[in-house]
Design a protein around this ligand. Structure first.
Ligand SMILES: [Zn+2]
Length: 59
């Protein structure tokens, strides 16, 4: 089950995709990609965590 994905923390795009092994989320707009998931299915959580941290730092 996939969770909702936060917008890209760098460009705000929601045009996001998973790599074919679903290990990480990639932004198709700016080309950045999220942290590698340690376990299958956690790529979205890892991406969301990064997105939220980035948003907080942006203030
Ligand atoms: Zn982006």
């Amino acid at each position: 089950m996939d969770k909702e994905i936060e917008p890209c923390p760098f460009c705000g795009s929601v045009d996001l995709d998973r790599d074919k092994w679903r290990k990480y989320i990639e932004c198709k707009s700016c080309g950045c990609y999220g942290p590698d998931a340690i376990w299958p299915g956690t790529a979205t959580s890892a991406w969301n965590t990064r997105a939220l941290i980035a948003q907080e730092q942006e203030g």
